[in-house]
Design a protein around this ligand. Structure first.
Ligand SMILES: *[C@@H]1O[C@H](CO)[C@@H](O)[C@H](O)[C@H]1NC(C)=O
Ligand SMILES: *[C@@H]1O[C@H](CO)[C@@H](O)[C@H](O)[C@H]1NC(C)=O
Ligand SMILES: *[C@@H]1O[C@H](CO)[C@@H](O)[C@H](O)[C@H]1NC(C)=O
Ligand SMILES: *[C@@H]1O[C@H](CO)[C@@H](O)[C@H](O)[C@H]1NC(C)=O
Ligand SMILES: *[C@@H]1O[C@H](CO)[C@@H](O)[C@H](O)[C@H]1NC(C)=O
Ligand SMILES: *[C@@H]1O[C@H](CO)[C@@H](O)[C@H](O)[C@H]1NC(C)=O
Ligand SMILES: *[C@@H]1O[C@H](CO)[C@@H](O)[C@H](O)[C@H]1NC(C)=O
Ligand SMILES: [Cu+2]
Length: 635
């Protein structure tokens, strides 16, 4: 089917008008070879991939009819990352949070207005599906032309995997990956290709919108010899700050202004994107972590040769030449002052741990998010009364649900007791970043927030995705002024699949009255649930007779038996393995308490060996569904 795109203009009372953009999207597979190395299936829209950039204006309405045309039984969904979905919570997209998965053959209409400006993106929120290509940019222009720049251009960077996500999940969430090592990408893409050239003109100022649409790794981005002036992060306009480079985590967006100085003699510059190697458990020799693209300045000498691509071997040296911006110091143009003392504080201690099935999970306060049987929003709406809807118990013991009161100031304290950086994303809001510690290598003593002497900025930075440093803490605040069920999770999608999420039920009585006022959840949502056999009423266990009875709810696996520490377990599994393969030198380490965080070199070596002999499946012990994603066992 051809791409159908229609724009209907509606005159408003004032001279300004808002448009409705209607898109018919059919998601199905096509073959693509974006890195020029390996052809694979990707999820296209209307047989088109890379996916279209959706460009609208502030206050416009977006209507997307999404058909699941995947012919291998997979579900789908779409999330519009950074869009507040005010009065349209059910259009937010994450499956089992605000909607049911869209089964094959079904169509769901996403229909909402956008009263924001800035750089956003849309992606599947069904498991780790967006790694298969179901993600694109969403740009919301201001109503009035911004005169600071002549051209508005976007670019995406991302990590790229040659395997499809269900296949990756099978080996990732497996007891044969006892250290929980994240899947290593095979490449880094720049605008969904590699070795690209971008042609610009001298004398013009460009607004370049840079988006990391990846699954896992942050990337450094810079143009050799050119500074960039940051003017927007995650949809928040900020006071301009000049920098030579950025470090962008997955799901973050930056708008920068760039201009070739008049006296610059060069005709071609390198445009470099570099994988942050610190996030990789293991660096395969053939992984190009440094990627070179080019900026060609029009009207230059046609005989100018492209500067040579940089080599990944020089990673450390290259990093010494750049000084990436620290986003913490940015100031929103709105100059919104720090929110007052919070009315409600949520403390989240984040750890990674092996559970009784031998798989490593991510935990907040010992709980690994496990989806409920009824999408949480539907539990809010089907509860008998407001009081019941305000009782966090009904949302299940394993969904990590917190109920927020309308308009209260909420503070989330996140203590990262894991030796990795993690980009956290809140749906439905931007938040103030009040404190962020530097992090430490000392894993025995992670930096825990104690609130003592906390000096917060008077005008904190705001965004919707922020990185917490390894073994460090993060404190964020927001006002609960957007009734809805909102997910807060790590945007390393592999970690989300390990359960690194909480659910916020923000102002439940207002969700109920607002939904009623808006005419209720649309029919196609209910249809998707019925077709997929997902109950739409009741508590997290789907029980309506006694809302506090959660019998049969989905829960995580039980912890390892008493006396079995998780690091001991990891050692056991590794040593069994290595014993089997007779690698005795490493075997002796297997008897010690090793974890990837305690001995990364050794763990990486072991991991590489395990990978080599990997692909071992144990149906009885893994709780994976047919597409390789975690499904919940209640036994
Ligand atoms: C980029 O260049 C590399 C090295 O020359 C090549 O292997 C690869 O196919 C190229 N990829 C694309 C998409 O041009
Ligand atoms: C969607 O695409 C699939 C695969 O190309 C096709 O079989 C199906 O008919 C399409 N559905 C619609 C509604 O166009
Ligand atoms: C699609 O969603 C339904 C309902 O949640 C679920 O039962 C089914 O396993 C999912 N299909 C796949 C392939 O994951
Ligand atoms: C989208 O929502 C608006 C406002 O509720 C409604 O008027 C319109 O009919 C909807 N469009 C579609 C295609 O559902
Ligand atoms: C990236 O791709 C988009 C879509 O094709 C294009 O509009 C944009 O100019 C490209 N960006 C760069 C920097 O080449
Ligand atoms: C780039 O920005 C840095 C930081 O503001 C500044 O020190 C440097 O002089 C600038 N370089 C150029 C070429 O403008
Ligand atoms: C987080 O960990 C700290 C230090 O171990 C502990 O004092 C605190 O009670 C924990 N918080 C929660 C919510 O578990
Ligand atoms: Cu993470």
């Amino acid at each position: 089917m051809k791409l159908l795109y229609s724009v209907i203009w509606t005159s408003l009372v004032s001279v300004v008008s808002a448009a409705t953009h209607t898109l018919n999207f059919n998601a199905s597979y096509v073959l693509r070879n974006p890195d020029g190395v390996h052809e694979r299936r990707v999820i296209a829209l209307n047989d088109d991939w890379p996916l279209p950039i959706i460009r609208i204006k502030e206050d416009d309405r977006l209507v997307i009819h999404l058909t699941n045309g995947l012919d291998d039984g997979r579900n789908t969904s779409l999330h519009f990352h950074g869009i507040f979905q005010e009065n349209s919570n059910w259009m937010d997209g994450p499956e089992m949070v605000t909607q049911c998965p869209i089964p094959p053959g079904e169509t769901m209409t996403y229909n909402f207005t956008v009263s924001q400006t800035g750089t956003y993106w849309y992606h599947s929120h069904s498991g780790s599906q967006y790694s298969d290509g179901l993600r694109g940019l969403l740009i919301v222009e201001p109503k009035e032309r911004d005169t600071r720049y002549d051209e508005d251009v976007s670019v995406s960077v991302c990590d790229w995997y040659h395997q499809e996500s269900p296949e990756i999940m099978r080996t990732f969430l497996s007891r044969y990956n006892p250290t929980g090592a994240e899947p290593i990408p095979q490449n880094a893409l720049f605008n969904d290709t590699r070795n690209a050239t971008w042609t610009i003109q001298r004398g013009k100022t460009y607004r370049l919108r840079i988006v990391n649409t990846g699954m896992f790794v942050s990337q450094y981005v810079y143009i050799e010899g050119l500074n960039m002036t940051v003017i927007e992060i995650d949809g928040v306009d900020v006071e301009p700050v000049e920098t030579d480079s950025l470090l962008i985590s997955v799901a973050q967006r930056y708008s920068v202004l760039i201009r070739v100085p008049d006296d610059m003699k060069v005709d071609v510059l390198r445009f470099v994107n570099i994988i942050n190697q610190d996030m990789l458990d293991f660096h395969p020799a053939d992984l190009e972590i440094v990627s070179t693209n080019w900026v060609e300045i029009e009207g230059g000498n046609p005989d100018t040769k492209l500067p040579k691509a940089l080599s990944s071997k020089h990673y450390d040296d290259i990093l010494k030449t750049i000084n990436p911006l620290d986003d913490f110091g940015l100031v929103p143009v709105s100059r919104t002052p720090l929110f007052n003392q919070p009315d409600y504080q949520i403390v989240l201690n984040f750890t990674m741990d092996v559970l009784g099935n031998g798989v490593t999970y991510a935990m907040f306060n010992e709980l690994s998010y496990t989806p409920p049987k009824v999408p949480t929003l539907m539990s809010v709406l089907s509860a008998e009364d407001d009081e019941l809807a305000s009782n966090s118990q009904i949302y299940g013991s394993n969904t990590n649900t917190f109920v927020l009161q309308k308009d209260e100031i909420v503070e989330i304290v996140l203590n990262n007791m894991d030796p990795g950086d993690h980009p956290f994303h809140l749906h439905g809001h931007v938040f103030q970043t009040c404190a962020r510690s530097e992090g430490t290598d000392d894993e025995e003593n992670p930096q825990m927030y104690d609130g003592v002497d906390a000096k917060f900025p008077e005008i904190p930075m705001q965004r919707d995705t922020v990185v917490v440093n390894a073994n460090g803490y993060l404190v964020i605040r927001f006002k609960a002024d957007n009734p809805g069920v909102w997910f807060f999770h790590c945007h390393v999608d592999w970690h989300l699949e390990q359960g690194l999420a909480i659910t916020l039920v923000e102002a439940p009585s207002e969700i109920r009255s607002m939904t009623k006022k808006m005419g209720g959840i649309p029919q196609d949502h209910w249809k998707a649930c019925h077709k997929g056999g997902v109950p739409t009423k009741g508590n997290a266990a789907g029980i309506t007779s006694n809302w506090l009875d959660l019998a049969g709810e989905n829960t995580q696996f039980q912890p390892l038996p008493e006396g079995f520490t998780s690091s001991g377990y990891v050692a056991l599994i590794l040593s069994t393995f290595l014993g089997l393969f007779g690698i005795l030198t490493i075997y002796k380490y297997g008897m010690e308490d090793i974890r990837k965080d305690q001995n990364p070199q050794l763990a990486n070596k072991l991991y590489a060996i395990l990978e080599k002999y990997g692909g071992v499946e144990d149906e009885a012990l893994t709780s994976l569904n047919s597409r390789g994603e975690r499904v919940v066992r209640t036994d």
